[in-house]
Design a protein around this ligand. Sequence first.
Ligand code: ATP
Ligand code: SF4
Ligand code: MG
Length: 324
Amino acid sequence: MAIMEVKNLSVIYHASGKRVAAVSDVSLTIEERDAIGIVGESGSGKSTLAMAILRLLPERIAQAQGEVSFEGADLLTLPAEKLNQLRWKQLAVVFQKSMNALSPVHKIGMQMTDVYRIKETGISKRETRSKMLQLLDMVNLPERVYDLYPHELSGGMMQRVAIALSLMHNPKLLILDEATTALDVVTQGQILEEMVALEQKLGITRMMITHDMSVVASSCNKVAVMYAGRILETGLVKDVLANPVHPYTKGLLKSIPSFTGEKRNIRGIPGSIPDLSVPNDGCIFAERCEHAMDSCLIEKPQDMVLPGNHRVACHLAGGAAYVS
Ligand code: ATP
Ligand code: SF4
Ligand code: MG
């Protein structure tokens, strides 16, 4: 069953007299208990998509259009009070820098308690403390963390506390925006493994925003490849990794040697994301695509649906076997 349906979502930033199309016509269905990776290079609109879903965009400069249905409500038009009830309780988010929000002069346990009590009232101090210790245990942190100050924690411990905070009210959908990016590979791997086990136990659905395809490969069942505000390819991780069809996805995977088995230096895809303030009627990837044809410059590719609901927005996707 779908837990969230994003339909034709677009976000424009009004910045320095320009209109920046950060997210363009994104549609996405997230099924209950999915772990969906949103992957793409810097500036592709991943965080903007998450902020739009959570309705956390800066209202003065950002304008969102489309629909985000969650539990039968459209989050984009839901009255603020109702939206507030959903945030944290049903929908929670962890950012890369979530822990910066913590005060350096108060102990972790006390700060967790303060956050908890914003939404849960009428609970005794003792009950709250035991709930906080339970949360710490859930993310594999020892009890003593309760009495530590933020500066006494390692980066990995900090991110574990941030995850514990996000799980506080048993959310149905958890959005992680580059939440493990700053950690070393071993700690990141451990946290991802623990996350997967935890969400299976708690029945959580996860949206994982990352620029790192290996994070998606190791912890998600679905993937959406984002570029310049659009989703270029989406499907089950096993299908997309085994049979990437969009030239951009192929480039992303080639840049990770372990996926192709080739012994080559990690390299990016030549070129960079186009200027999003310039309207584009064709394929947004055309400037960097080695297969670009004349039609790619003037005609926006529609999603081609391959077996397993594997979707690809490329004019060449119809004869998939062919794009090398
Ligand atoms: P990263 O991997 O670096 O976090 P991202 O995929 O999350 O990148 P976004 O931060 O969503 O990308 O940015 C998408 C586009 O929107 C970029 O062109 C960015 O410059 C622009 N943008 C983001 N925030 C703002 C803002 N507050 N005002 C104007 N433009 C913005
Ligand atoms: Fe390349 Fe054309 Fe496909 Fe775009 S539509 S990815 S330019 S072949
Ligand atoms: Mg981001």
